[in-house]
Design a protein around this ligand. Sequence first.
Ligand SMILES: Cc1ncc(COP(=O)(O)O)c(C=O)c1O
Length: 387
Amino acid sequence: MRDRLAHRNSEISSFHVMELLRRAKELESQGKEVIHMEIGEPDFNTPQTVINAGIVHLKTGNVKYTPAAGLPGLRQKIATFYKTRYGVSINWQQVFITPGASGAFLLAFGTSLNPNEELLMSDPCYPCNNNFAALFGAKCKNIPVDGNTNYQLTANLIKKHWSSTTKGALIASPSNPTGTLISAEELEQTIKTVNSLGGCFFSDEIYHGLVYDQTATTALAFSDNVFVINSFSKYFGMTGWRIGWLIVPEEFIEATEKLAQNIYISTSTQSQYAALASFDVDTIAELEFRRTEFAARRDFLYDKLIKLGFKIDIKPDGAFYIYANCEKFTDDSYQFAVDLLESKAVAITPGIDFGHHKANIMLRFSYTTSIDNLTIGIKRLERFINE
Ligand SMILES: Cc1ncc(COP(=O)(O)O)c(C=O)c1O
């Protein structure tokens, strides 16, 4: 019989944490109070100012398609945001509104990657990147990184791993799962290196805004010839609205527009109108307040994990994750996560969801829950370890 599933499906991996999440929900339906430290979305709701803007638009009833690239007003606001937040000037026509950063990846990879071309990324990294590339028949080369390079690719690593089939490199700073940043100097060098090799540079900046001690630098500060992927999901608290953006080099504008028209016609109209309020002074004030709350949670969780005996090479400075080495307790972090959930109702994400490099001794803890919940979670974790 002919195989009806396309071959590429075997290239697509699933999230192990989804199985843990399913089990967590099952435990909750049995009345257990699960502490969620596995979730990659803010526990804060969408800011009220943004919800109101969405409702106002819905009430007009004029919820039709927008241009494929997005509302010009929103694209212009994003361009202005780059000027005010980073001091960088961009042409607003390089900005595309997308269904989340996920949609931005589809456009960026769809317009640039040919089958069998290779993309350099770190290991560990956000796992969907590999799967997006696989959809277009491209291959990812995941380069093992550790605390010595802030869990980031460097210009030297890119040069070392570049081959005749390499098409580009992807940096995510702050990184998921490690929360660590690439320095401005290294970012500049990596961009220069990729540009000099004639490749495409992708910068996933979805956790910009959620940075606590330093400031994150956008790739656009160093070159126009980069793809920047960003989103309203994380800092702006709009995960479920499915809206993000992509900034493309000028030569990609036409191709990106064509692909957007075909893949999804336009991003959700009410979400775009809601997002227009994201840059209002009141909204930003609320988001900045949340950022300080995340910073306090990070400090709390980091100290507690270190005291319990987890090893954390670098104190993460962004996103809402801590990637901790658990080799003192286990060499099977997946089983550790399963047992912790079953016996103490604490959900965390095992390293295997982010790659292969030392994945069996790494765990990702999210601080997308209150300090009260983190306190309960840590107490349970302590009991689990000591039993
Ligand atoms: C590093 C990274 N990039 C991209 C995404 C996709 O986010 P969204 O499609 O919600 O914007 C995520 C989601 O967790 C992420 O962690």
